[in-house]
Design a protein around this ligand. Sequence first.
Ligand code: NAP
Length: 242
Amino acid sequence: MKCALITGGSRGIGRAICIKMGGMGYHVLINYKTNTEEANKTLEQIKQNNGGGELLQFDVADKTAIQSVLGNWMQTNAEKYIEVLVNNAGIKDDVLMSWMKDEQWEKIIKTNLDSFFYVTKLVLNGMLVRKYGRVINIVSLSGLKGLPGQTNYSAAKAGVIGATKALAQEVARHGITVNAIAPGFIKTDMIEGIEEKEIQRLVPARRIGLPEEVAFAAAFLAAPEAGYITAHVLSINGGLYS
Ligand code: NAP
């Protein structure tokens, strides 16, 4: 059985990607940190679409939890194979660097960057054995241009962009593509509190993006026909590049 693992699948962009992957026929592994109720809603929506999946709760910032929960799932589900991995789970904690506490730096780096390494390393082996795979990393405009108040988040996302390009070259000959998607402002809990009018003023498209628009790009990169697209960063930002 072919599976797609989406980290942070309980809400926002991750949920939209889960539903899209379910529609593509993948058995969807919905990872999340704490919000079982919302994760179940994602699963319900996949099922309403005639798809299937299951919840896989672990903290992507905790390498021991990744090893035990995801590692254990892989051992006990030998007949299931993770063909698509979407590293989507992410958080931000904005503050000017002068005021940033060590914990604010470390938490953001662990959740957004270290998670890429530990989750992908575990899943990659199966892709290498089967000589096929799709790794899609959800980064951010912040990782491309840097945003004031986000030195931690910008560093983490820029780190994932560098890792995307490096890993893509390591595994290309094994039929595995590694790409990143860099959203601008997308309507999810993450941008709650930011004035919609202010975003509309900044964005050339004059609107906020939808999670489904990011999911469409993830489905494109996950498709078998996208096999020659790798080490790419696809911006989805309504024209907001600077
Ligand atoms: P969101 O609505 O806040 O949802 C975050 C998701 O990540 C939730 O499913 C949450 O699970 C999960 N998560 C958070 N920390 C986790 C952890 N330590 N372990 C496992 N799961 C964790 O965020 P979003 O806006 O959809 O963002 C998704 C990705 O897009 C992130 O990487 C973000 O940086 C990126 N992005 C978003 C925007 C935007 O405008 N929204 C722009 C650029 C980039 P729980 O429900 O259990 O908390």
